[in-house]
Design a protein around this ligand. Structure first.
Ligand SMILES: Cc1cc2nc3c(=O)[nH]c(=O)nc-3n(C[C@H](O)[C@H](O)[C@H](O)COP(=O)(O)OP(=O)(O)OC[C@H]3O[C@@H](n4cnc5c(N)ncnc54)[C@H](O)[C@@H]3O)c2cc1C
Length: 362
């Protein structure tokens, strides 16, 4: 049997695509996670779990709203920006929704119609081109199997094996190592925290509360000594009392920060990339769920009009998303320039006054 479309990865991009593809196609959805059983922390996505307004808008446009049990407390409405390079602190109103990321992914997968065949706890290994499609090698329980498909979709996230094989030698986004730890906390933070500290990273670090835990994370340029820089961050947070004791969980992964449009990898033959595997993630905030949802939708409509010529329609459909990335890169130039950030924060443009007890960093 030959599949029309094999999707590698059932994160927000892959599961959105699988949900929206026409049932005229024989579709296979593959993921290394055990998405039909209880969650296994080792394979969970490393994520802050904040649903940005763009992701909320995209869910609204796709006609779905998230169930209550996916929400994580507290829901807060501001970000505390700590600029350690300039010694400034400001608060800004934000409209994120705080979610449990693994639950969110599993809920999106639950919306995929039964007509889509699933292979979970199944690792994509490699592909070979054949006449009219590809032979795809997968691994289940350490046993290799092959499937044949007319199209293959790389929805396998930042560490995409599909991208590294299909686009070997092509330009890719700037690589960052992201480390995120989870600490027990008796604090009740009424905001998220973003930290700018050039001794840690030229990107940013964050603190997000999830119930009685706080997530501490950062993204460090690939070539730097990530452990040493992470220790600088954690040392500062310990001193200011944000974290106590040892981390109860620790995860690391890559973030691919697309600084230029040519770093995106979109299509090659009948292989298409979607979500973060294609390079779609905000270079200013590392917000990627909205891009995954939207690029998944755009690819589904390009394919639903027929596999022939889908690449032209997909690329055309992505123009707005690419422009959005360009705009975000202009924001990067201001946000991550020490002097410009100082001027903006000093001017208090868009900042809000918040009455708080002292909590460090001030
Ligand atoms: C630390 C961190 C914090 C973040 N915080 C936020 C946030 O708060 N808000 C936000 O919007 N974005 C955030 N992001 C970005 C966001 O998580 C991603 O952009 C988003 O998950 C991309 O969705 P995706 O479906 O493209 O890829 P992913 O969510 O990465 O999904 C890829 C899927 O492919 C599967 N897979 C990978 N390789 C294989 C293989 N070889 N075989 C089979 N399956 C495979 C994985 O198991 C996974 O299910 C964060 C990223 C990081 C690293």
């Amino acid at each position: 049997m030959i599949y029309d479309i094999t999707i590698i990865g059932a994160g927000p991009a892959g599961s959105t695509l699988a949900r929206l593809l026409s049932n005229k196609y024989k579709v296979l959805l593959v993921d290394q996670r055990n998405l039909d059983e209880q969650s296994d922390f080792a394979k969970e996505k490393c994520c802050g779990g904040l649903l940005a307004p763009a992701a909320q808008k995209e869910l609204a446009k796709q006609g779905i709203g998230i169930p209550g049990d996916i929400l994580a407390g507290p829901q807060t409405f501001s970000v505390k920006s700590v600029d350690m390079d300039n010694g400034l602190v400001r608060f800004y109103q934000r409209h994120y929704i705080n979610i449990e990321r693994e639950k969110f992914d599993r809920w999106l997968v639950s919306l995929v119609p039964d007509s889509v065949e699933r292979k979970f706890s199944c690792i994509y290994k490699s592909y070979e081109a054949m006449e009219n499609g590809y032979t795809v090698t997968l691994e289940i329980n350490k046993k290799k199997i092959t499937v044949e498909t007319r199209m293959m979709i790389g929805a396998d996230g930042a560490v995409s094996r599909v991208r590294s094989q299909a686009f070997a030698g092509c330009s890719i986004p700037d690589k960052y190592i992201s480390i995120q730890e989870c600490y027990l906390s008796d604090k009740n933070l009424p905001y998220y925290i973003s930290i700018f500290n050039k001794d840690v990273t030229n990107f940013y670090s964050w603190i997000i509360q999830k119930g009685n835990k706080i997530l501490v994370g950062t993204a460090i340029p690939f070539k730097e000594d990530a452990d040493a820089r992470y220790r600088v961050l954690i040392g500062g947070l310990r001193e200011s009392g944000y974290i106590q004791g040892d981390a109860v969980k620790k995860k690391g992964t890559l973030i691919m920060r697309s600084r230029k449009i040519h770093q995106l990898n979109i299509c090659k033959g009948n292989i298409a990339m979607v979500g973060e595997a294609a390079g779609f993630i905000s270079p200013s905030s590392a917000e990627g769920i909205s891009y995954a949802l939207e690029s998944g939708k755009i690819l589904s409509s390009a394919i639903n009009d027929g596999i022939d010529g889908f690449a032209i329609r997909y690329k055309k459909g992505l123009i707005k998303l690419k422009l959005n990335l360009l705009t975000k890169n202009i924001k990067v130039m201001m946000m991550y320039n020490k002097l410009i950030r100082k001027l903006i924060m000093k001017s208090r443009i868009l900042s809000i006054n918040v009455k708080l007890e002292r909590d460090g960093y001030e």
